[in-house]
Design a binder for this molecule. Structure first.
Ligand SMILES: O=C(O)CCC(=O)C(=O)O
Ligand SMILES: [Fe+3]
Length: 663
């Protein structure tokens, strides 16, 4: 029978909260009794109380650590020291520290405050799993970092910098609270060992506890780098933030800050080629040497402290047989005892975030390892009823979609001005179809017809898609882009009534589909070298136009995807993935279509040419774009094999098929 929770006196700010374990227990009882509102209030209050205790521990820890050793009270200092007795000094200092912590807790929490700090470990774990304060702090880091990245993406390095710096500060602060938590009470370990009748002696016990504190502190990096709801840390958390910082500082001309940040990266990775050459460049630009210029102090402190801990942990590992999973890939090899290196190297090979992940892992796994900030796996093959299919979101910011849409529009406008009228789609008479290749985009940018920002983004984004597609589907074997095409399809007004055809008939991308037998012939004129297809959508303000997958009969729809800005649909290009596009009945639908190949000889030459064109705008200025005739697109607008198009979805059923899976 659940006892009634104690009355909840409304807490004035600053008032001492009740002990979190009592509140938590009461909250759980209220929950069990179905008193929801009360349970919520109690649990919230328990969290608030727990956080207050955490703050107390951290503040007391900091102020007691700052107490000078000379402040050892007379009673402890009185006895004459035998030479070299560091034990007595250490143990006295330890007594003193414990005393300081107890008094500090009592000052802050009232008499018996120290006991309050000793929350049971089961409860602590319960709180840790639900730790909303950590989550808030991470969310804060996340918001600042994401805003920073978005601003960087829009070339707003000046605005991005304060955000990026804020994110770094928030990460370091989060790391500090995490570390402070490590000095809390011991986990159950002690009790268990006692029961087993093997309590350690004084020094073993102290060493054991100390090692667990160090292990816990080292885990804080991974803890801080793990986003709420995920189970793996962001790899190389601090170094990657510092990389963004030095690049952004350099962009806005803050050379000395760029140097400080790049030197900080080099503290982690002294051999980092990119950082080394950036440093050389910044130093050259700075001119005379600046003697005071060194790595950031916060990072220097962080690294020194961390290395000190690692040294002890590796020592204990070698000599005391304790375990230590180094969370960092930057630890210098010289820190790792010879005897342990071989074993660690093996372990490292199985560390998920350091290596390209094996194929087709679970959804949760992918949520953790997706390489790009802000990208999430929305649907995997299972959810899409296929074998190699995926929907990923967050590849583009709304601003980036805007830039690419503008590029498509400007390019189409340029085509129209030079006599090109929007041509009818090769797939349907009811839609216009415009396509832009990367090379054409670069040429138009060179000619000043379109902004070069859009053309550059087109290249950058296609590489982004390639990286992800490779990581997801082909981590062992490099994929190359074989063709990149920015395609817009628009409904022709007044021609949409009773429309029964598709915007893009059902097909497979690398073989000729034969719906009657369900076979797919991988032979010319199909683009047989295409191995993976990607469609990166730019907008959703149109009617119709969803992408759908069918069974090999080209008839039964197995999955359907609604386009939207930043959404990538990626799939293997073979007969296992027949797909088509529903009619676009209003508005304009734009997407970046990309095909990847394993065959290096089919690597898109135009991509490299476009890159070159956009690199040196001052060279070859005489090139006359108008001579080209302005006809666009410069290539066959239909990237499909010129094969039979199957309109079976309508032909057989007479009306569009029913959709099994609405996404
Ligand atoms: O735009 C789409 O969603 C699909 C286009 C397509 O399948 C293709 O171009 O091969
Ligand atoms: Fe296709």
């Amino acid at each position: 029978e659940p006892s009634e929770p104690p009355g909840l006196a409304p807490l004035s700010p600053g008032a001492l909260p009740q002990a979190p374990d009592l509140l938590y227990a009461d909250g759980l009882r209220a929950y069990a009794a179905g008193a929801w509102a009360r349970a919520v209030a109690l649990l919230r209050e328990a969290l608030r109380s727990q956080a207050a205790l955490g703050r107390t521990r951290r503040d007391c820890g900091a102020s007691c650590a700052a107490e000078p050793g000379a402040a050892l009270p007379a009673q402890l200092l009185g006895a004459p020291e035998p030479p070299g007795s560091w034990e007595t000094l250490l143990l006295r200092a330890t007594l003193r520290r414990a005393d300081c912590l107890t008094r500090c807790a009592a000052r802050k929490l009232g008499p018996g405050g120290a006991a309050r700090l000793r929350v049971g470990s089961a409860l602590r774990n319960a709180f840790r799993r639900r730790e909303p304060y950590n989550y808030l702090q991470r969310a804060y880091y996340q918001a600042a970092y994401d805003t920073g990245l978005e601003l960087l993406g829009r070339q707003e390095a000046g605005l991005a910098l304060p955000r990026l710096e804020e994110a770094l500060q928030a990460s370091l602060a989060q790391m500090e609270s995490c570390r402070a938590g490590c000095e809390g009470p011991e986990e159950q370990q002690g009790a268990e060992e006692e029961e087993a009748g093997s309590s350690p002696g004084l020094y073993e016990a102290i060493a054991g506890h100390w090692i667990r504190v160090l292990q816990c502190r080292q885990r804080c990096v991974a803890d801080t780098a793990t986003r709420p709801g995920r189970s793996f840390p962001v790899p190389d958390f601090l170094p990657s933030q510092l990389r963004r910082l030095y690049e952004a500082h350099a962009q806005v001309g803050n050379l000395s800050q760029a140097v400080e940040n790049v030197l900080s990266v080099l503290l982690f990775y002294p051999e980092d080629e990119a950082a080394k050459s950036a440093l050389t460049q910044y130093q050259a630009e700075l001119g005379e040497p600046r003697p005071g210029l060194g790595p950031r102090e916060d990072i220097q402190r962080f690294i020194l402290r961390s290395l000190g801990e690692k040294r002890q942990l590796y020592y204990a590992m070698e000599h005391l047989g304790t375990s230590f999973e180094d969370p960092d890939s930057w630890t210098p090899v010289s820190f790792i005892p010879e005897a342990l290196r071989e074993k660690l190297r093996e372990d490292q090979e199985t560390r998920p975030w350091d290596h390209e992940p094996p194929q087709l892992k679970s959804l949760t796994y992918w949520k953790d390892v997706l390489l790009l900030e802000g990208v999430t796996l929305t649907h995997d093959a299972t959810q899409l009823n296929g074998s190699e299919r995926a929907v990923l979101d967050g590849l583009l910011t709304p601003a980036e979609c805007g830039v690419l849409l503008q590029l498509a529009k400007d390019a189409a406008g340029a085509g129209a001005r030079s006599g090109y009228r929007g041509r009818r789609s090769p797939h349907t008479p009811h839609e216009h179809f415009e396509g832009l290749t990367v090379l054409k985009a670069a040429q138009l940018a060179r000619a000043g017809t379109v902004g070069s920002q859009g053309a550059k983004l087109l290249l950058e984004v296609s590489e982004r898609v390639r990286t992800l597609t490779q990581a997801y589907f082909s981590p062992e074997r490099p994929l190359h882009l074989s063709f990149t095409h920015l395609v817009c399809r628009s409904a022709i007004e007044g021609e949409q009534e009773q429309r029964m055809d598709l915007s893009h008939p059902v097909h497979a991308d690398n073989c000729i589909l034969e719906p009657d037998t369900g076979e797919c012939w991988r032979e010319p004129p199909a683009y047989t070298y295409r191995d993976y297809s990607g469609l990166l959508y730019l907008n959703d303000d149109f009617q119709g136009g969803d992408l759908f997958f069918t069974q090999p009969n080209a008839l039964t729809v197995t999955a359907q995807v609604r386009p939207r800005c930043g959404r990538l649909v990626a799939f293997s290009s073979g007969g296992e993935n027949p797909h088509g596009v529903w009619a676009v009945t209003r508005g304009r639908r734009c997407a970046l279509a990309l095909w990847h190949t394993w065959a290096p000889e089919h690597k898109e030459q135009e991509w490299t040419e476009a890159k070159e064109l956009l690199k040196e705008p001052e060279e070859e200025e005489e090139e006359d774009e108008e001579e080209e005739g302005g006809e666009m697109p410069s290539r066959d607008p239909s990237p499909e094999p010129p094969s039979r198009k199957f309109q079976r979805v309508q032909d057989k059923a007479g009306k569009p098929p029913r959709v099994r899976e609405e996404l």
